[in-house]
Design a protein around this ligand. Structure first.
Ligand SMILES: Cc1cc2nc3c(=O)[nH]c(=O)nc-3n(C[C@H](O)[C@H](O)[C@H](O)COP(=O)(O)OP(=O)(O)OC[C@H]3O[C@@H](n4cnc5c(N)ncnc54)[C@H](O)[C@@H]3O)c2cc1C
Length: 414
């Protein structure tokens, strides 16, 4: 273990990269493994994802020297969220609190990946193992070992798996995970709108489809459409012009003419909730710790919370004179992250279940719940807290309802 680094991170996605930068600045020695080439990390391709960040996430990115690397045109404010049910034209509204500049911020995923890499690349103390995959891992009380696909072995005091929601490292450690395949695909793309609505996001929980609209700068918006894979294939096969018309019709012509800008990207929707987040000298991070359905826009926000919690736990261990991979700081990290992430995971599952069910009785319940939410100040407060990234424990009845709905046998979920 004498030549071991402090932490080896498997996965240079935005979570792994951000953690590497944060830890290196705290003085830890870090090794990062990813099959991507350095050029791909420095200039990531547009993957169509526009990430809604909470106010807390922005603060963390500022603190970690990432936010200032974004160009002025690379972020846009989110001032109000409107939630529509079925064919209703009157939404439930959640606006920024009085005096607040915004509810949250929109930033493209590829821009977030770039600034995470730039910030990490500038930090001293990171060894990059790029163009190679982690083939095998093993941990015991003495240390962690990662074997790369070219046979090189890396040893570390702590191994962090940031290798996606389908984390092979997590599985290799024997950690079980519940997967929820929603049987739907999500299409994301940028579109130019004839009638843009700056700063206003829509979540349209329609009958037979779920639509979202995320405001970008000027007359651009990110269009998010959830459909069955077969329906999605048909939509994708359309020419850009026909696609624009079809999408404008899906949005009920409320946004006027819509024109595709760039590529369409499609993601299968699978939620993943691991049973454990840590093991001997091992911790899961980012999507490997919780794979959220994107409808509630929590994925990377939780990834950032996880980075803050893990780095804090390591610093605390250092101050106490403990090993960074001591069971106690790792358990603390797991406890704190689970307390934030799992209620959100369950609540998201219940929203998807409830609003993916179009049966007549359910339509009434859906509408009633949105109306209650609109006029119930505690619910509005909770929504604002969730959007700003501050923790708020839902009242017991709401938590029980979320658990009950999430446990319902799957009906159509979109
Ligand atoms: C359509 C869509 C919209 C979204 N919108 C939002 C939003 O509005 N707000 C929000 O907060 N989140 C959102 N998210 C979620 C967000 O994009 C993810 O949470 C985030 O990108 C996860 O980052 P990550 O670094 O954990 O994982 P990933 O980005 O999946 O990166 C994993 C990395 O691990 C590497 N890897 C895998 N296997 C190995 C191996 N064996 N060895 C080495 N490296 C390996 C991969 O190459 C990759 O670089 C959205 C997601 C989608 C799909």
């Amino acid at each position: 273990m004498s030549d071991a680094c402090d932490v080896v991170i498997i996965g240079a996605g935005p979570a792994g990269l951000s953690l590497a930068g944060v830890l290196a600045r705290q003085g830890w020695s870090v090794t990062v493994v990813d099959p991507a080439a350095r050029e791909a990390l420095a200039a990531p391709r547009d993957d169509g994802r526009e990430i809604a960040l909470t106010l807390l996430s922005r603060q963390l990115l500022e603190q970690w020297g990432q936010w200032s690397r974004l160009g002025e045109t690379e972020f846009a404010p989110l001032r109000e969220a409107q939630v529509f049910d079925g064919d209703s034209e009157s939404p439930m509204r959640v606006a920024a609190a009085d005096g607040a500049e915004a509810l949250g911020w929109m930033v493209s995923n590829h821009a977030l990946r770039r600034v995470a890499y730039e910030s990490a690349a500038e930090a001293a103390g990171i060894v990059w193992k790029l163009g190679r995959k982690a083939q095998d891992i093993a941990t015991d009380d003495d240390g962690a070992r990662v074997t790369l696909d070219d046979g090189e072995v890396i040893t570390a005091r702590l191994l962090v798996a940031a290798d996606s929601r389908f984390s092979a490292s997590r599985r290799r450690m024997g950690i079980a995970a519940r997967q929820h395949d929603f049987g739907r695909n999500m299409l994301v793309c940028r579109m130019r709108l004839e009638k843009p609505q700056p700063g206003i996001a829509w979540e349209w929980l329609g009958y037979g489809q779920t639509l979202a609209l995320l405001p970008l700068r000027d007359d651009l918006a990110s269009v998010v459409i959830t459909l069955t894979p077969a329906e999605m294939d048909a939509l994708q096969a359309l020419s850009p012009e026909a696609f624009g018309d079809a999408v404008a019709a899906r949005y009920g012509q409320r946004l006027g003419a819509m024109q595709l800008v760039g590529e369409r990207h499609v993601y299968p929707l699978v939620g993943v909730a691991p049973e454990r987040l840590v093991a001997t000298r091992f911790a899961c991070l980012g999507d490997a710790a919780i794979g959220m359905h994107p409808i509630t826009a929590h994925g990377y926000n939780l990834g950032l919370r996880g980075i803050a919690l893990l780095s804090d736990a390591m610093m605390l261990a250092r101050r106490r004179g403990q090993d960074i991979a001591d069971a106690e700081p790792l358990a603390e990290y797991e406890r704190n992250l689970r307390a934030i992430a799992f209620p959100l995971y369950l609540a998201t599952l219940s929203v998807v279940h409830l609003y993916g069910d179009d049966r007549p009785g359910m339509r009434l319940l859906r509408r009633a719940l949105l109306r209650i939410a609109e006029y119930a100040p505690p619910f509005q407060h909770l929504m604002r807290m969730a959007l700003s990234g501050r923790d708020a424990k839902p009242p017991l009845p709401l938590r029980l309802l979320a658990r009950a709905v999430a446990a319902l046998p799957g009906r159509a979920t979109h």
